[in-house]
Design a protein. Structure first.
Length: 342
């Protein structure tokens, strides 16, 4: 997980006779853009083009780094074999209204059709293959790894692109911080668990995030973008997963940087996983409510991997003793999964 400020930028690399690299989201911030460009250049020089880049959705904290990378004059189209981006042709067929601005008033950064249109134009200009739409049930398989799409459903994607959220923002989004409205770090786990989970504030843009399971041999990572828990849970239950038959994954990238409305108790209970990735610079997110829901319902001690120095005082000594959770600050270091050990 790259230091992407309040955003997501994740690189997954595969060793072996045919090395592979996948990038999920582009993050934001100068440090993230610098590292991403350096890593892509080094990979291309050693192994050839990056196999795949996935933009989960168009929020600024996910798209901005891709815009910088693909728009860089140092790159032609041969650095990337394929891009997954759900909005290209739909953007091209719409028109911009100069005075029509829409600011999304939830915890995410601004959603921008303007940025999406710019990305789409770069993809065409540099002749980078675009695959869309990406919807649940799709798979991409190579000799070494597999990507299985859990979300969005076609209905969820269509709901977003036909909604008022799908608008132009003429002002240039900044590297602003994604933040919670009010910190809940002073609340106890017990108090937070008494709160009802409510995902009604999740925007259509976030709900339309591309969610994937990436697998290599017997290892799996679930990447939730900023999606709704109910979208993923519906698909997993349709595939036969349940509390008695949970999906095993080695890592879960927590949705929407650990916001209170992003990870439900019922989703956690149909996952067999004790390692959770938190992509956030701790400027209001993650919430303690989200982390409490995870440690309560996983059923074993949880390790949170963070790309910035975590606020470990979020939990009290008594809570650490009761639940046994721990935090690991991995920064931009790689996590190696070798055999059955982490």
């Amino acid at each position: 997980m790259l230091p992407a400020l309040a955003g997501d930028c994740i690189e997954i690399k595969f060793d072996g006779p045919t090395p592979g690299m996948i990038i999920i989201d582009g993050g934001m911030g100068k440090e993230c853009r610098f590292i991403l460009k350096k890593d892509v250049c080094e990979w291309k020089d050693k192994n050839g083009p990056v196999d795949l880049a996935i933009l989960t959705h168009m929020d600024n904290d996910h798209i901005k780094g891709f815009l910088s990378l693909i728009g860089d004059e140092d790159f032609n189209g041969d650095f990337l074999s394929e891009m997954w981006f759900n909005y290209g042709d739909k953007i091209e067929k719409t028109t911009c209204k100069e005075k029509n601005r829409l600011f999304i008033s939830d915890n995410s950064c601004l959603t921008s059709r303007k940025q999406g249109k710019e990305l789409y134009e770069y993809l065409k200009l540099k002749k980078i293959p675009l695959v869309a739409p990406i919807v649940s049930g799709m798979k991409k398989t190579t000799a070494q790894w597999c990507i299985d799409v859990l979300s969005p459903s076609k209905e969820c994607l269509d709901d977003y692109v036909s909604s008022k959220e799908y608008q132009v923002i003429e002002s240039e989004p900044s590297d602003s911080q994604t933040s919670a409205k009010k910190s809940d770090y002073d609340c106890s786990i017990e108090e937070l668990l008494n709160r009802s989970f409510d995902e009604s504030s999740v925007t259509r843009a976030n709900a339309s995030s591309i969610v994937v399971i990436i697998s290599e041999n017997n290892h799996n990572i679930l990447l939730l973008g900023d999606t709704k828990s109910s979208e993923v849970e519906r698909e997993l239950r349709a595939r036969g997963y349940s509390e008695n038959n949970p999906l095993h994954v080695d890592f879960v990238k927590v949705s929407h940087h650990g916001s209170a409305h992003s990870t439900s108790e019922s989703l956690i209970k149909i996952l067999d996983c004790s390692n959770y990735l938190i992509s956030s610079n701790w400027k209001g997110l993650p919430t303690k409510e989200c982390l409490s829901r995870i440690v309560e319902n996983v059923g074993k001690a949880v390790t949170f991997y963070c790309n910035y120095e975590p606020d470990t005082k979020i939990f009290t000594d008594e809570e650490y003793q009761k639940y046994g959770m721990q935090f690991k600050n991995i920064g931009s270091m790689e996590i190696e999964v070798n055999g059955e050990s982490l």
